[in-house]
Ligand binder design. Structure first.
Ligand code: AMP
Ligand code: MG
Length: 347
């Protein structure tokens, strides 16, 4: 058991800040879902916390291999079966994700589009090493966009699926982390744990509180070292950020990042980062990606569709856009000199 040190986690998007009650927070860290997972548990016997954390590590490793976008596993087999355009029954480990991702994609007007795996692969993001010095052939991008892969191309009948569009291939990278964190919180509750944070590389869900005070987390600055803002979380809240700094490469000084606008086939180019808070982590994850793609002019409409009330979007001019509800919850760092634009309420 130990108190988290701020320096340890500044690389992450959302970080736990401060820790005065060293003796009571159990802290564990391991790699899963391709990132550093930090589990913080408050107020239970350390032996129970250790068992619970070991269990969720196992769970997350299994989920990671089932849902991986390009390594062999249940999702890659599903993509092979979808490519046949014949009915099939997918692995039960992926079916509920495909259904939920489809529902959220529709709510986002297709800006969160988990069916654009071929586009993401074309951009070179289906590899640990990113392409250096080259971008895809624009004709290949256009050809895929014109085939318009989307969740509506896949028909679900009970547990059976059939795909009608050869351009469809699922990539759950914008959503599976949130879905996985929701499952880990269910698991912690099965262990009787009511106060915890599961933080996956800066995206997290917090339940309960930290003793007699709320959990307090920091949100990483997208362009500078350190945090841009902090927020107190009590009850049940997921904080997810999509940023252009997470995976990108540069060609001739221009940044090409991993969040693709399904309408153009190119990286969404008006946003630097979006933070969404919502009680459900899968929803927060899908929404952060969708609002990033929507950009500074259209995010509020998509937020309304998805029933997301707490949003902060930083555009490529450095302007911070947020809902009034977010403004009343968040504390920007005192040295923040960016222009703040408040939207109308999202609900
Ligand atoms: P996130 O960091 O949650 O915004 O997710 C980004 C990841 O989701 C990327 O690395 C891609 O694997 C995938 N992705 C990129 N663009 C989209 C999109 N418009 N809709 C759904 N998934 C996407
Ligand atoms: Mg996301």
């Amino acid at each position: 058991m130990r108190c988290i040190r701020l320096l340890d986690v500044l690389l992450l998007t959302a970080v736990l800040t401060g820790c005065s009650n060293t003796g009571t927070v159990f802290q564990d860290r391991f790699f899963a879902l391709g990132t550093l997972i930090e589990v913080s548990i408050y107020g239970v016997d350390p032996a129970l916390a250790t068992r619970a954390s070991a269990q969720i590590e196992q769970d997350l490793l299994t989920m990671h291999s089932n849902w991986h976008a390009w390594q062999p596993g249940a999702l890659s087999i599903t993509n092979e079966q979808l490519a046949t355009l014949k009915p099939f029954t997918p692995d039960p480990a992926v079916l509920p994700l495909l259904q939920e991702a489809g529902r959220l994609s529709q709510l986002s007007n297709g800006l969160f589009n988990p069916a654009i795996g071929k586009l993401i692969a074309l951009w070179g993001f289906h590899d640990n090493a990113l392409p250096i010095g080259s971008i895809p052939d624009s004709n290949a991008i256009t050809a895929l966009v014109q085939q318009a892969p989307g969740v509506n191309n896949v028909t679900f009948t009970g547990t059976q699926l059939v795909n009608h569009n050869p351009a469809v291939s699922y990539d759950l990278g914008a959503f599976a982390k949130g879905y996985a964190i929701d499952r880990t919180i269910e698991r912690l509750r099965e262990f009787g744990i009511q106060n915890a944070i599961v933080n996956a590389g800066g995206d997290l869900r917090a339940i309960g509180q930290h003793g007699d005070r709320p959990w307090r987390i920091g949100i990483r600055h997208p362009r500078q070292k350190g945090i841009l803002a902090s927020i107190e979380l009590a009850g049940d809240a997921s904080v997810f950020t999509s940023g252009d700094y997470e995976r990108f490469f540069e060609v001739d000084g221009k940044r090409y990042h991993h969040i693709i606008d399904p309408r153009s086939g190119w990286p969404a180019n008006k946003t630097t980062s979006v933070t969404v808070i919502h009680d459900n982590a899968a929803m927060a994850d899908a929404a952060s990606t969708a609002l990033f793609v929507a950009g500074p002019d259209d995010w509020i409409e998509i937020a309304r569709n998805m029933h997301i009330e707490l949003v902060m979007l930083i555009d490529t001019d450095g302007i911070i856009h947020m809902t009034p509800a977010m403004q009343s919850r968040i504390s920007l760092e005192p040295d923040t000199d960016a222009e703040i634009r408040l939207s109308k309420p999202a609900s």
